[in-house]
Every structure is written in structure tokens, then in C-alpha cells.
Design a protein around this ligand. Structure first.
Ligand code: ACO
Length: 428
């Protein structure tokens, strides 16, 4: 492999370094190209632009490979726990028992939130989407921990913010749901594991004894693992760019929550279920909806299908499809929407339109079906995704800070008016 690339433009030739990653991915480092030539590169949507060199997650979209810190997603989903995966992503290695026990203890020590945060929560109308509530509550942490505003403080200080955020996000997530349904909030129970504690705060009521179903807890924990990181996606890139201005961890993650919300990203899990329910109500004619998805004059898209980087299969979708069958079976749930989803997938995988464009089910196609079976309401699906993605966002923010990366600031090609003269209003 050559260690330089040549770009020729206007009769001049420029040599640029080539960077090779640990899995042999090749990139042209165009950092000095503009200084040399006065020319920029253009890539709307960053479809072919690497924004960083990262040691956290490896993804090969053609082969359907996803690894966190070198460990395959299949192995982690099968054998690990979400909190262990969080440690792995954030600190780079799997913890030994002693380290993990200490980490678990620290996280459970910070699950309570300041009572004044409840007042902020109470200010939201019950119709507020829980994602908006979640991002606001994360931002509110900057007010309760003003010392966290400066990300250049000691490593220990930064680490305390990391632990606080990991500990408090389940509390915020569950409370955003309680606000929606008008129920009293439940305080965290530190005798429960991370995911069970969340379920307890979400579904528990002061008037009833709530026992966490281990099948539900295990299934949710696995879903959180599958969502824990996904290299430079829309929300993670947002977290890194916001953090690159030296905004605090809480401010950066709150921006990530908002970026995740959209239906083309994390909001797709909600959009998938709404779509499947619509198809079911419409009589379940999958062929009709497939035709709509292919019709360029129809804005309808098959939600949960297609991915910017996976062009063969999404390894997370494979695990989730199997998990959906298992979980529904174990919980004795019969969801007709699962049959519609399977029917759509079967047709799409054989359809030229989808095959040519390499459109396959993504992580969100089946995750909503599991969330439904676990009793999680539709508008909380993206909140579940945020809960899962948190360790990835934190790890990426931390790495960006530790690498001392410069402020994220893309360039543009200007297509507006050339210089013109101001005309006073009475003469226009
Ligand atoms: N249904 C129908 N057609 C589709 C779909 C779909 N779900 N996805 C892509 N296409 C078509 C596009 O119309 C386009 O066709 P064309 O080449 O004839 O114009 C082609 O496939 C390529 O699609 P793009 O939108 O250019 O691909 P891009 O990489 O920009 O978008 C995305 C990827 C946003 C995921 C897209 O596939 C999509 O909108 N999917 C549905 C939403 C979804 O499931 N999002 C979740 C993604 S996973 C995640 O964020 C966790």
C-alpha cells in the first residue's frame, strides 16, 4: 500500500499522506490539501469522510462486522452485561472482578438526583415527548454541578461527571415516563442491577410491590448492549463536535440525545412500530406498502430498512430478530405485528429495488417489537436507545478530549449571490 496519494487539479499535482487503520481501512489525509491548493473537498452528509481516528468501535458495513474494543457484538451480547460493556467502551479494557465491583458501586452511589430536578420535571406538560424531557434533564446537570462545566479539570473530576451521568440517566429516563403518565416518580434501588433498577423506576408504583421479571431485565440488558456504540453516527458525531468546542460532558451528551431523536436515526424504532401498526390497521397488505416504499413520488419509506454503512446485513438486526422470537415466546406474547415485520422483510429481501440498493433491516426493525413485548410504550423507544448509546457517547467524547482534537468546523461551497449593494427599503 502506497503511503501517499496524488490529487491533480488545474494542472498542479499535490501529494497527500495515506492513513491505514488497524483493520487495514485506508484514508487520504486531506488536512493540508487546502493550504497547499486552496481547494476544499465536498461531501454532504459526510458519506465518505472520516472525522477522526478512533480506537473504540470497528464496523465493516460490507461484511456486517461490529466490534467494541475488538470484541465481537455477538460475543458481548451473548455473555456480557450492559454495565460491563459500558466499562469496556469508556475505559478500553474488560474489567477484572474487583475493578468491576468498584465501578458498579460508584455508579449505584450516584443514581439519586437532586430533589430540585423534580421541580424541573414537574414543569413539563404530560404531553411532552420523553426525549425532549430527557435532554433537558441532562442539560440541567450543568446547573447542579457547575464544576463540571470545565472539561479541562482533573481526570478525577471528569470521571466523576462520567459516573454521575451513567448513574442518573436511567433515573431521568424513567422519570420522563412517569411525567408522561402522571404517576409519582420512583426513587432508585441500589440493590438492583443497572437495568433492573431502571425497570423498577419505570414500572414500579409506591402502592404496589413490583418484582422485576428476569426475562424482561435480561432482554432489555441485551438490547442496551447492542445499542452501546456505533462509531461516527449522527448523534455520536454530534457529541464529538459539540464537545470539541470544550463544552461540558453534560452539554455534549444532551446534544447527542437531541440528534438521536430524529426518525432517520434513533427515532426510527418508534417510526417502525407506528408504520407496522398502520399496515396492520390497513389490512396487512405488505405488497401495497412495499410498492409505496419504492414509489419515488410517495414520501413513504420502509422504516427500519437501510443503513448508511451496513450494505450487506446489520449484525445487530440478526441478533435482535432471534431475540424477538425468544422474548415473545418466553413472555407468552403473541404480537401480530411481528408477523407483518417478518412478511415485509421476506418480500424486501427478494425485491430488486431493495436488493440493488442494498437495503436490509437495521437494528430498529425488530427492536421495537421487543420493547412492546416488554411493556415499554412507543414514545419511550428512542429513550431506550439513548440509555443504550450513553456509554458510546461518553467513550467517544472522552477519546476526543484525550486526543486533543481541534474544534469541529466544516467548510462549505458558497452558492449564494455575489456582492450586491444594499437598497434602502423605500426604494425596493
Ligand atoms: N425505504 C425505501 N427506500 C429507501 C430506504 C427505505 N427505508 N432507505 C433508502 N432507500 C433508497 C433511497 O430512496 C435511495 O434510492 P435512490 O438511490 O433511488 O435515490 C437509496 O435507497 C439510498 O438511500 P439514501 O437515503 O441515499 O441512503 P442514506 O445512506 O443517505 O440513508 C438511511 C440511510 C437514513 C438509514 C435510510 O436508509 C433511511 O431513511 N432508512 C429508514 C429510516 C431508518 O430506518 N433509520 C434508522 C437507521 S439505523 C440508526 O440510525 C440506528
Amino acid at each position: 500500500m502506497s503511503n501517499s496519494a496524488e490529487i491533480r487539479i488545474n494542472g498542479n499535482s499535490y501529494e497527500l499522506p495515506v492513513v491505514v487503520g488497524s483493520e487495514d481501512e485506508v484514508a487520504i489525509d486531506i488536512g493540508s490539501f487546502r493550504t497547499q491548493s486552496g481547494v476544499i473537498t465536498l461531501d454532504p452528509g459526510f458519506k465518505n469522510t472520516g472525522s477522526t481516528q478512533s480506537a473504540i468501535t470497528f464496523l465493516d458495513g460490507e461484511k456486517g462486522i461490529l466490534r467494541y474494543r475488538g470484541y465481537s457484538i455477538e460475543e458481548l451480547a451473548e455473555n456480557s452485561t450492559f454495565l460491563e460493556v459500558a466499562y469496556l467502551l469508556i475505559y478500553g479494557e474488560l474489567p477484572d472482578k474487583e475493578t468491576f465491583d468498584q465501578f458498579k458501586k460508584e455508579v449505584s452511589l450516584h443514581t439519586l438526583v437532586n430533589e430540585d430536578i423534580k421541580k424541573i420535571l414537574e414543569g413539563f406538560p404530560s404531553a411532552a415527548h420523553p426525549m425532549g424531557v430527557l435532554s433537558s434533564l441532562v442539560t440541567s446537570l450543568t446547573a447542579f454541578y457547575p464544576e463540571s462545566l470545565d472539561p479541562n479539570r482533573s481526570k478525577d473530576r471528569v470521571n466523576l461527571s462520567i459516573i454521575r451521568l451513567l448513574a442518573k440517566l436511567p433515573t431521568f429516563a424513567a422519570w420522563s415516563y412517569k411525567n408522561e403518565v402522571g404517576h409519582p416518580v420512583m426513587y432508585p434501588r441500589n440493590d438492583l442491577d443497572y437495568t433492573s433498577n431502571f425497570l423498577y423506576m419505570m414500572f414500579g408504583l409506591p402502592s404496589e410491590k413490583y418484582e422485576v421479571d428476569p426475562v424482561v431485565a435480561k432482554a432489555l440488558d441485551q438490547l442496551l448492549i447492542l445499542h452501546a456504540d456505533h462509531e461516527q453516527n449522527c448523534s455520536t458525531a454530534t457529541v464529538r463536535v459539540v464537545g470539541s468546542s470544550q463544552a461540558s460532558l453534560f452539554a455534549s451528551i444532551s446534544a447527542g440525545v437531541n440528534a438521536l431523536w430524529g426518525p432517520l436515526h434513533g427515532g426510527a424504532n418508534q417510526a417502525v412500530i407506528e408504520m407496522l401498526a398502520r399496515i396492520q390497521q390497513d389490512g396487512g397488505d405488505t405488497a401495497k406498502w412495499m410498492a409505496k416504499a419504492k414509489d419515488k413520488d410517495d414520501p413513504f419509506r420502509l422504516m427500519g430498512f437501510g443503513h448508511r454503512v451496513y450494505k450487506n446485513f446489520d449484525p445487530r438486526a440478526k441478533i435482535i430478530k432471534k431475540a424477538a422470537d425468544d422474548v415473545l415466546d418466553k413472555l407468552g406474547v403473541n404480537d401480530p405485528i411481528l408477523d407483518i415485520a417478518k412478511g415485509l422483510e421476506e418480500v424486501a429481501l427478494k425485491d430488486d429495488y431493495f436488493v440493488e440498493r442494498k437495503l436490509y433491516p437495521n437494528v430498529d426493525f425488530y427492536s421495537g417489537i421487543i420493547y412492546r413485548a416488554l411493556g415499554i410504550p412507543v414514545d419511550m423507544f428512542t429513550v431506550m436507545f439513548a440509555l443504550g448509546r450513553l456509554p458510546g457517547w461518553i467513550a467517544q467524547w472522552k477519546e476526543m478530549r484525550e486526543n486533543g482534537e481541534p474544534i469541529g468546523r466544516p467548510r462549505q461551497v458558497y452558492t449564494g449571490s455575489k456582492l450586491r449593494q444594499y437598497v434602502p427599503m423605500n426604494k425596493r
